[in-house]
Design a protein around this ligand. Structure first.
Ligand SMILES: [Zn+2]
Length: 414
């Protein structure tokens, strides 16, 4: 390449950078705080009833999102519809008031709510534990990459496992063990229930600890005997334990004592080489279950790309919150969820408006996806990824917004 050609090319390159820069600026300067605020005000208003899936609050929320996407001139994201049906089931388990513990030294009862909180992801009308053997399974973790397996050599089929919350690294604070104080995926309560089910356990009780769980036991107690949402898994091979839940530390220690052990067993579980052990205790209790099937909805809109329309970029935000529940001290029973996640959903709408207004249209297809039932277990997202409207192999990125910065301008970002 000659010098002149080189100079010309450099000039072309820098012009392109300049043009790209001005395109970015065009989008950035179009964002409008007032529009964002208005969306938040509507989404967090009492009339949307806390945006609980399956309720009038859902109907009103998804209607608002549909209306906004329509008036922005966005195309429906799912064929001719802005909605994706998400088949779900509402499971209301009512636990019997106590759990009988039978050991070699006699029996005693633990009290539901006070000592433990249980529920189920199963839809059978009655769930029972009948003299189910209890096994202390450490952290209930199988993590080959950390050379850790609490279930090694342990047969827990048909039994109840009691496991510690978080992961061993948290308790030891040593980064050579898992990720130290930073919780890994293995520390999550959902993982522990799933792993227990994979191992064939009939039940899984997590020993609560406020620091390790990052919230007090009352949070679990508040959810006792209240409805929980799940994806409708009828006809699918999904493994669940019959009984899952939390037990407080005091009651866990009482169980260890009844088994002739002591509380040091809990602290020994975070050392390498710890061997999980049957406790020779048998648990009995039951739950009545009422399952109600219904449809919830993800809402999605799109802007078709100009050059590579088959490739998609997804912006997402969950629209749901906790609905109407226990009143606070002022008697207000609507959980408005202004931050979590009216802000993210409002951000999605404002982002859609700005994208739609761009003079230079995006080359890839942009999807604006507002998902349901995040608070109950990320179900809307799970359903979308199991039933994607656009092939996952052509999905380049997903940028999710859960709670926008409510404090002040983020000066550091640009
Ligand atoms: Zn959220």
């Amino acid at each position: 390449m000659g010098l002149l050609q080189k100079m010309l090319k450099q000039r072309r390159d820098s012009l392109e950078v300049f043009q790209q820069q001005s395109r970015t600026d065009e989008g950035l300067t179009d964002f409008n705080a007032e529009t964002l605020r208005n969306h938040i005000a509507v989404l967090a208003s009492d009339s949307l009833l806390g945006r609980m899936p399956f309720t009038e609050g859902e109907t009103r929320t998804i209607r608002y999102l549909e209306q906004e996407f329509t008036s922005l001139g966005l195309e429906p994201g799912n064929g001719t519809s802005y909605l994706q049906d998400v088949p779900m089931v509402n499971i209301l388990a009512t636990a019997s008031p106590s759990m009988k513990v039978l050991g070699s030294r006699g029996s005693f009862n633990l009290k539901a709510y006070d000592d433990y909180v249980i529920w189920t992801d199963k839809t059978d009308s009655i769930i029972t534990l009948q003299d189910a053997e209890l096994v202390f399974a450490g952290f209930g973790v199988v993590a080959p990459e950390y050379q850790w397996n609490d279930y090694e050599g342990l047969d827990v089929k048909g039994k109840v496992v009691m496991v510690m919350v978080n992961d061993p690294g948290f308790w030891v604070g040593d980064t050579s063990l898992f990720k130290g104080a930073e919780m890994t995926y293995y520390g999550r309560w959902t993982y522990k229930f799933e792993e227990a089910a994979r191992q064939g356990a009939k039940g899984c009780l997590i020993v609560h600890n406020t620091a390790a769980a990052s919230y007090p036991f009352i949070v679990q107690q508040n959810g006792f005997n209240s409805p929980r949402l799940q994806l409708d898994n009828r006809g699918k091979d999904v493994k669940n334990c019959d009984v899952i839940g939390w037990i407080n530390e005091q009651s866990a220690n009482r169980l260890l004592l009844a088994a002739g052990m002591d509380s040091t067993m809990l602290t020994r579980a975070n050392k390498r080489g710890f061997k999980a052990a049957p406790l020779n205790l048998a648990l009995s209790t039951s739950m009545n279950v009422k399952a109600t099937y219904n449809l919830s909805h993800n809402v999605l809109a799109k802007i078709t790309g100009t050059k590579r329309p088959e490739e998609v970029i997804i912006y997402s935000a969950h629209w749901d919150h906790f609905g109407v529940a226990k009143p606070d001290e002022t008697g207000d029973s609507i959980y408005n969820g202004a931050l979590d996640n009216a802000t993210g959903t409002a951000g999605l709408l404002e982002l859609a408006r700005v994208f739609k207004n761009l003079k230079v249209k995006p080359e890839r297809t942009i999807i604006f996806l507002s998902v349901t039932a995040e608070e109950q277990g990320l179900w809307g997202s799970a359903y979308y990824s199991q039933n994607p409207v656009f092939p996952l192999t052509k999905t380049i990125a997903n940028i999710n917004m859960d709670g926008l910065n409510p404090y002040d301008s983020t000066k550091a970002a640009f």
